[in-house]
Ligand binder design. Structure first.
Ligand SMILES: [Zn+2]
Length: 152
């Protein structure tokens, strides 16, 4: 995977865009602390990363979640997504999901690029040092991410 430049000249990680999974349960969101050596390390965000060639955003979000937090795609029921475009044609798609089995305990482990994780109540998300792109998506007036977690 590599850096790319969009039409506006921004540097973005992943020539095919990026995607992440916002997994929500009981009014909380599963957030991940990015390892210090990762891009924007030391900040909290959803698990995610660059989309591979020919891969859908949905598949990328689930693959990254399994790689980083050990949660298999089969354990997630997806419920739509939110696409953010930087304005220059590069997109980040936040896939919305809930545990496929609401009654089961979801085992979460810190694997690649993950230095920690937490189920964070919707009202406390902005108290964390968030990755700037996730902070912007969360705070967007459209309210998609906030409303999804609050209603879960
Ligand atoms: Zn851009």
């Amino acid at each position: 995977m590599s850096w790319t430049r969009c039409r506006l000249g921004h540097r973005h990680w992943g020539p095919h865009g990026a995607a992440g999974l916002l997994l929500a349960r009981d009014g909380t969101a599963l957030l991940q602390l990015r390892a210090t050596w990762a891009h924007r390390g030391g900040t909290w965000s959803v698990p995610g990363g660059a989309i591979e060639r020919g891969e859908s955003a949905l598949r990328a979000a689930l693959r990254e979640t399994e790689e980083e937090l050990g949660v298999a795609g089969a354990a997630v029921r997806t419920a739509g997504s939110r696409v953010a475009d930087c304005g220059g044609g590069w997109t980040y798609e936040t896939v919305l999901g809930v545990p496929a089995d609401p009654g089961a305990t979801l085992a979460v482990r810190d694997l690649a690029e993950s230095a920690g994780h937490a189920w964070v109540p919707a009202a406390e998300v902005t108290d964390l040092p968030l990755h700037p792109a996730f902070r912007a998506a969360w705070a967007d007036p459209d309210g998609v991410l906030r409303d999804f977690v609050a209603a879960s």
